[in-house]
Design a protein around this ligand. Structure first.
Ligand code: TXA
Ligand code: MG
Length: 321
């Protein structure tokens, strides 16, 4: 079983750094979700991430940095890249950049790409990375295809027997993964909607945010269609509850058949998207069990964080591969 250490423990950073420098796997709290961290320069450690997650393929991993010099040694920044990170780091934004010469990153971390995805997280994870002194590769700390963990208990449940340490800083503030973008010729390509909205990015940079064209080769290879899937089926935009379904509520409107629901979870009674984002994965995790056969989700608007929330829900509802 993984060792637990609380972020308030005076030895927390030192012990976590020691695990990572020794090539071990440590679950790290970030403001988005818990990450499964390993030394990005250590191929064997990174292979351990794929093994622990049971990932079907070697998807490229986000490299987490603690400061700008570390970021600039790892990726090649242009003016747009700099504007993005000036505005949003540390925070839930990942930028995909060409890999810098001599970057301290093992090829396995990049899944064979010549680009690197960089993010500077908030909180104690950043102190841990600074202690290691080079980038930390960290996908979300869940088994492949499952919901990203927002608490240490979620990490324990899915990976507790496969990793060395869980650094516990309580529930993740945001509860939704980072937004992934790639600067390109005066535009910004949105590869994954996330904690920072497209509108925030347009306001901060003065540049247009574009979605990859439909049918274009998949830019973010980890973006499997079916993902986040709980045991039962997921039905979106539900305005009524069918017998036996659980209901994920959004807002305060009444829903036909709610009295027949097998159970109800309120994502946000006041219809707040931030609150919904922070509760979504915990709700899907709670309902990921054999006795929950079907989940109905009320409509959630596409504005702001709604784009990322609906993206995750569509994946949870997608036909299983
Ligand atoms: O909030 C987050 O981003 C969390 C925390 C732990 O930082 N991490 C996370 O990692 O969600 P993961 O591995 O679950 O998702 C990373 C995504 C994948 O879809 C992967 O394909 C994409 O990032 N990615 C990584 N490197 C890339 C690259 N060079 N080009 C395009 N996409 C990349
Ligand atoms: Mg993930």
């Amino acid at each position: 079983m993984a060792r637990h250490i609380l972020s308030t423990d005076p030895d927390a950073v030192r012990e976590t750094v020691a695990v990572l420098l020794a090539g071990g796997l440590a679950a790290l709290p970030t403001e988005t979700v818990y990450g499964l961290g390993a030394d990005a320069a250590n191929g064997a450690a990174v292979a351990g991430i794929f093994e622990a997650k049971g990932r079907p393929r070697f998807n490229p991993l986000i490299c987490h940095v603690s400061d700008r010099p570390m970021a600039e040694e790892t990726g090649i920044f242009d003016d747009t890249g700099r504007r993005l990170v000036d505005a949003f780091w540390p925070g839930p934004l990942t930028v995909v950049l060409p890999l810098a010469d001599g970057a301290d990153v093992h090829p396995l971390t990049l899944g064979g790409l010549s680009t690197v995805a960089l993010r500077m997280p908030q909180g104690i994870a950043r102190d841990v990375i600074a202690g290691v002194g080079r980038p930390i590769a960290a996908p979300s700390a869940n088994r492949s295809g499952k919901v990203s963990p927002t608490t240490s208990a979620h990490v324990e449940r899915s990976l507790g027997d496969r990793i060395d340490l869980i650094l516990d800083a309580g529930p993740a503030i945001l509860g939704l993964e980072s937004t992934i973008v790639m600067p390109r010729e005066g535009e910004i390509v949105l590869l994954r909607a996330g904690g920072i909205t497209a509108a925030d990015i347009e306001t901060a940079t003065g540049l247009r945010v574009v979605r990859p064209a439909d049918g274009a080769p998949v830019q973010s290879p980890g973006q499997l269609v079916s993902h986040y899937a709980p045991h039962g089926t997921v039905r979106l935009d539900a305005l009524s509850v069918l017998p036996g379904e659980w209901l994920l509520r959004f807002g305060s409107l009444p829903v036909a058949g709610e009295d027949r629901a097998a159970g109800v979870i309120d994502l946000s009674p006041r219809g707040d998207l931030r609150e919904t984002a922070s509760k979504l994965f915990a709700a899907l995790t709670e309902l990921d069990r054999p006795d929950v056969a079907a989940i109905a989700v009320m409509p959630i608007p596409m504005t702001g964080l709604g784009e990322a929330i609906n993206d995750r829900l569509r994946r949870a509802a997608a036909p299983r591969g």
